[in-house]
Design a protein around this ligand. Structure first.
Ligand code: HMG
Length: 383
């Protein structure tokens, strides 16, 4: 029996800031952002979208009635939770009108949360092959205006349906995990923006990747030559390139070229969306699947990293039924309909926040299917 990703969908708000505009406003050479960081555009998240609405907008694209009836769990990975207690997954259950007889749980470990969900989903479906699990990665990446992290912001959600006989990626059962108490990136409860030790975080990311990739090779006897592509958590796309370069010398010349080509395919969409924390690795996977021209049976290695810190390397095989056309069309429509906002407009949207009293938000400018309407009696009102 194969278990893995049967369906996958993406959502991000339709507003973005162009990073050449941002570089000019910050008096920085645009090539620092475009080449040095490897980002060209960045999603701007309006106050009418949050982790719950973005997840609902992504997940509503992929669930049929049969899927709903087979759902055993909703595992919601996020570090942009909307409540200290109430699970984002139960809000999602209600917005999508899912059956009451399912587990609805929110999972947190920085950007690693969705991978924790994916691995739990795989184990659960292996034990209960008739069941399916909805796994979410949904976040808003915020560092603050005029900070070094500003160019690595973004936001959006990825929804995945995990089942047996998966039609996209069959997950192999030999992943390797490493965790360690690190202070590379964190967000105390009283802050809206993350704190980060930027350069240290890059070094820890690389250390974790090389450690789990080494252990994976020892565990399985496979080498880099056994992979057709490697996909990475992409907080900014240069980060994945740095990780790839750390292991590339292990491959022969032809394999090096193929892995670099696959990497370019895997960053096309992330370069234009920015960091979406839990969803970033899976947006990169979608970008690879849509742009990479990989044949059925290709083995893809995936590196998930969450600050604080946890890293996992795992592998999957591309299934014969996978057809990239629907993904390509979905992203072409998404990018085609986005609205570019000026830097002052981005700053205004960035500074909008929910008050700590009742409010009715103006949702006219938000064309998404699910939006946050406001707060009544300290309760979020979704529509
Ligand atoms: P910085 O200090 O402003 O940038 O911040 P820099 O001076 O290091 O320059 C960046 C790169 O641009 C360098 O290349 C420069 O050489 C190059 P590199 O040495 O890195 O290869 N450069 C240029 N290139 C071309 N033309 C030019 C030019 N000028 C400079 N004119 C930093 C960079 C990433 C530190 C900052 O943006 C930041 O703090 N970001 C947030 C932290 C982050 O994303 N860390 C990644 C690892 S941790 C992680 O992935 C987890 C995370 O997603 C959170 C979670 O788990 O929840 C963040």
């Amino acid at each position: 029996m194969t278990v893995g990703i049967d369906k996958i969908a993406f959502f991000a708000p339709d507003t973005y800031v162009d990073l050449t505009d941002l570089a000019q406003a910050r008096d920085v050479d645009p090539n620092k952002y475009l080449i040095g960081i490897g980002q060209s555009e960045q999603t701007v998240v309006p106050v009418t979208q949050d982790a719950v609405t973005m997840a609902a907008n992504a997940a509503s694209k992929l669930l049929t009635e049969t899927d709903r009836q087979a759902l055993g769990m909703v595992l919601f990975g996020t570090e942009s939770g909307v409540d200290h207690s109430k699970s984002a997954a139960v809000y999602l259950r209600s917005l999508l009108d899912l059956p009451a007889s399912i587990r609805t749980v929110e999972l947190k470990h920085a950007c690693y949360g969705a991978t924790a969900g994916l691995m739990m989903a795989k184990d659960y479906v292996t034990l209960h092959p008739e069941k399916k699990v909805l796994v979410i990665g949904s976040d808003i990446a915020r560092y603050g205006l005029n900070t070094p992290g500003e160019v690595t912001q973004g936001g959006g959600a990825v929804a995945m349906l995990v089942s047996q006989n998966a039609r996209i990626l069959a997950l192999e059962d030999d992943s390797v995990v490493k965790s360690e108490d690190a202070m590379d990136f964190w967000r105390p409860l009283y802050r809206k923006e993350a704190l980060v030790d930027g350069h240290a975080s890059e070094n820890i990311y690389i250390d974790f990747f090389t450690a789990v990739f080494d252990d994976y090779q020892k565990l399985t006897g496979r080498t880099i030559e056994d992979f057709d592509a490697l996909a990475f958590h992409l907080p900014f796309t240069k980060m994945g390139l740095k990780a790839l370069r750390a292991v590339l010398p292990q491959a022969n010349d032809l394999k090096q070229q193929r892995l670099l080509e696959a990497f370019e395919a895997s960053r096309v969409y992330n370069r234009r969306v920015g960091n979406l924390y839990t969803g970033s690795l899976y947006l990169s996977l979608m970008s690879l699947l849509a742009n990479g021209e990989l044949p059925a049976g290709s083995r893809i290695g995936l590196f998930s990293y969450g600050s604080g810190a946890e890293g996992e390397f795992f592998a999957g095989q591309l299934m014969p039924d996978f057809d990239p056309q629907a993904l390509q069309a979905d992203f072409a429509q998404f990018f085609g309909q986005r609205r570019r906002v000026s830097v002052p407009a981005y700053e205004r949207l960035f500074n909008q926040s929910l008050p700590d009293h009742d409010v009715l938000l103006d949702t006219k400018a938000d064309s998404a299917r699910f939006v946050l309407r406001g707060i009544t009696h300290d309760q979020r009102q979704y529509q």
